[in-house]
Design a protein around this ligand. Structure first.
Ligand SMILES: Nc1ncnc2c1ncn2[C@@H]1O[C@H](COP(=O)(O)OP(=O)(O)OP(=O)(O)O)[C@@H](O)[C@H]1O
Ligand SMILES: [Mg+2]
Length: 205
């Protein structure tokens, strides 16, 4: 995969940037607060649809602007494809070659990014949550079907926890049904994580 061009509009403090990165390495140099990290964040957001730093999507839109847009043209397995993401009015829209993406799998289609920031030290220094989230992002890049499975697990976990919080009023049969879903989707999640760990471990060692 290679990024051929990147276009950023009204993303954070960047009103309009057009960039054709080098096929080798590209280094962004500038004053403090000029927008270097914002530029990397725009690229990260394009490739993951998740903000690198922001809690809320609206933080990504340049102050005073109504929407932000990031577009990238990629060379992927010999073919060019263009993906865009727009943020405005609290929603996010993903586009493939100018048309609304039919699914997230269609949108990502092999585009991937690795970000390393000081916050990534949390993977080592922090709790297991950060490690699981880190691993799950990698698993998703490797096995796109994982997105659906991990959502299923998260939904079952949330519903089951809500039932448990409701305490005495809960019918045990109800809980059993959630246990089963949770166990089934949890086992799939676990197997995916293990498979990726087995692939990574020799290199990490
Ligand atoms: N939504 C937004 N609209 C306008 N400006 C924003 C927005 N969000 C952040 N900024 C501005 O972006 C600037 C920070 O940019 P960024 O973090 O990319 O700088 P940097 O070039 O990486 O600087 P440093 O060298 O200090 O790391 C700040 O001035 C901040 O106020
Ligand atoms: Mg910075």
């Amino acid at each position: 995969m290679r990024l051929l061009s990147l276009q950023v509009q009204d993303f954070r403090n960047l009103p309009a940037v057009q960039l054709a990165p080098s096929p080798h390495a590209t280094i962004a140099v500038g004053q403090n607060g000029q927008g270097k990290t914002n530029l990397l964040e725009a690229l990260y957001f394009l490739a993951t649809l998740k903000p690198l730093r922001a809690g809320r999507l609206s933080e990504l839109v340049r102050w005073g602007a109504s929407a932000a847009r990031v577009t990238g043209r990629f060379l992927l397995k010999g073919a060019e494809r263009e993906i865009s993401v727009e943020v405005g009015g609290g929603t996010r829209q993903a586009l493939v070659d100018g048309k609304k993406a039919s699914s997230l799998e269609d949108y990502f289609g092999g585009v991937s990014v690795v970000a390393f920031t000081p916050d990534d030290l949390e993977v080592i220094k922090g709790g297991p949550d950060a490690r699981r989230a880190f691993l799950d992002r990698a698993v998703f890049n490797r096995f796109p079907a994982f997105l659906k499975e991990s959502r299923e697990y998260a939904r079952a976990l949330k519903n089951r926890n809500r039932l448990l919080r409701d305490g005495a009023t809960v019918d045990a049969a109800y809980l059993d049904a959630y246990d089963e879903t949770l166990a089934r989707s949890g086992a799939r999640l676990y197997a995916r994580r293990r498979a990726l760990m087995a692939e990574l471990a020799p290199r990490a060692q």
